[in-house]
Design a binder for this molecule. Structure first.
Ligand code: NI
Length: 165
């Protein structure tokens, strides 16, 4: 197992998008184990492969019911609306309260290539939407209401260390 450095906005790998996984072998399991270790160490409740620089459709998560992974996931149902203070390991130390659909259902595969579905509202619904966004190169910043997004980008820009690259 290994802990990867977490890529931070505006790292372009977070924006690149991802390719589907086609090989459900031991490398995929190793990747998921490393991602879980990285996520727990951060600590966070979800981590998508682009956040460690890997442009593949995989995320791992644990919102308190134990770890799970989804491969090639897609959102197939959303409903309702829920305000929540959401953060992201790739935009560290910041949280924004905003609304997304409360309920989400996602379909994909487990690490062995078996079809799986996960669904839930509140934190689970939010997590599924957030992680699957990562796989499309989207960040929570893109989901903020326009004015909040403008302010968030300004704050991030102003807090950047002079000379940091
Ligand atoms: Ni995130």
């Amino acid at each position: 197992m290994a802990i990867y450095p977490i890529r931070v906005f505006p790292d372009p790998v977070l924006r690149t998008g991802t390719s589907p996984v086609t090989d459900f072998g031991p490398d995929l399991r190793r990747l998921a184990d490393d991602m879980l270790e990285t996520m727990y160490a951060a600590p966070g409740v979800g981590l998508a492969a682009p956040q460690i620089g890997i442009s593949r459709q995989v995320f791992v998560a644990d919102i308190g019911d134990g770890p799970f992974a989804m491969v090639n996931p897609e959102i197939i149902e959303i409903s309702g609306k829920w305000k929540f203070e959401e953060g992201c390991l790739s935009v560290p130390g910041r949280w924004w309260e905003f609304a997304r659909p409360a309920f989400a259902r996602a379909r994909g595969f487990d690490l062995d290539g078996n079809p799986v579905e996960y669904a839930g509202d509140e934190l689970m619904g939010r997590l599924l939407q957030h992680e699957i966004d990562h796989l499309s190169g989207l960040l929570l910043l893109d989901r903020l209401p326009r004015r909040m997004r403008k302010e968030a980008l300004r704050e991030i820009r102003e807090s950047a260390q002079p000379g940091a690259i």
